[in-house]
Write a protein that binds this ligand. Structure first.
Ligand code: G3H
Length: 256
């Protein structure tokens, strides 16, 4: 199996001013130091991207936006484009987060356009997928995620598909304190890898990094990261305090 470098990502959602962002990043880097065996990604709000870029001075830290529009420019009031994010020094962009899907009506079709645009404009996409509680209870988890994946990757080349980062975020576990058990998360991560192998091939699937997100905390990080198909984490609430995010970044490494 290819070696996949882990990615620990912070999605700050609509939290933190410029000053709070700079102070957080400076403190985190001071306490954690450069990262060579894992990557740390921070997605502040748009308003703090520039300051965050300037504050990131150490190896292994990456900057992400939480969303963008697929067009390069045009009459799209309130939207931000890929070239604008590149201009600010962004490395990555989060796409199809469940809050974007459920609160702002993003469809699979919009997410597919965003995924293609991320490659066009040189941003690493982090594609979020996940089922709601009723879907899990109806035994439809793998079907729902399979459909989200198939629709999102439509039109991508084999090479592009191997570069995507996928974040599995069960909607019922986001911000609720209910985490998927390591076993539940592993089952879905393995299914995602198998699904990508069927859509493309095994080599692409083995290269793919799959993150888990949903109430990740210092006390469940090690068990989640010990699972063979969990390659990283997308952290919301617990990424807002340096002390908890630092512990998550410094998860206990297990050879897989
Ligand atoms: O993007 C992050 C996820 O929505 C998880 O959020 P949470 O860690 O607050 O549950």
């Amino acid at each position: 199996m290819d070696k996949r470098i882990s990615l620990i990502a912070a999605n700050w959602k609509m939290h933190k001013t410029i000053g709070e962002t700079v102070s957080f990043i400076e403190t985190l880097q001071k306490e954690v130091g450069p990262c060579t065996d894992r990557e740390v990604m921070i997605a502040p709000p748009y308003t703090a991207l520039d300051a965050a870029r300037k504050a990131m001075t150490m190896e292994g830290y990456k900057l992400a936006a939480q969303n963008f529009h697929w067009e390069e420019k045009g009459a799209y009031t309130g939207e931000i484009s890929g070239p604008m994010l590149k201009d600010l020094g962004c490395d990555c962009v989060i796409l199809g987060h469940s809050e974007r899907r459920h609160l702002f009506g993003e469809t699979d079709e919009m997410i597919q356009k965003k995924l293609a645009a991320a490659f066009k404009f040189g941003l690493l996409p982090i594609l979020c997928v996940g089922e709601v509680l009723e879907e899990r209870e109806a035994g439809r988890t793998l079907e729902v995620i399979g459909t989200q994946l198939e629709r999102a990757v439509q039109g991508l080349s084999r090479e592009e598909s191997g570069k995507i980062v996928i974040a599995y975020e069960p909607v019922w576990a986001i911000g609720t304190g209910k985490t998927a058990t390591p076993g539940q998360a592993q089952e879905v991560h393995l299914a995602i890898r198998q699904h990508i192998a069927a859509l493309f091939d095994k080599e692409v699937a083995n290269r793919l990094r799959i993150l888990y997100g949903g109430s990740v905390k210092p006390d469940n990080v090690d068990a989640l990261m010990a699972q063979p198909d969990i390659d990283g984490l997308l952290v919301g609430g617990a990424s807002l305090e340096v002390s908890s995010f630092k512990r998550i970044v410094q998860y206990q490494f297990v050879e897989k």
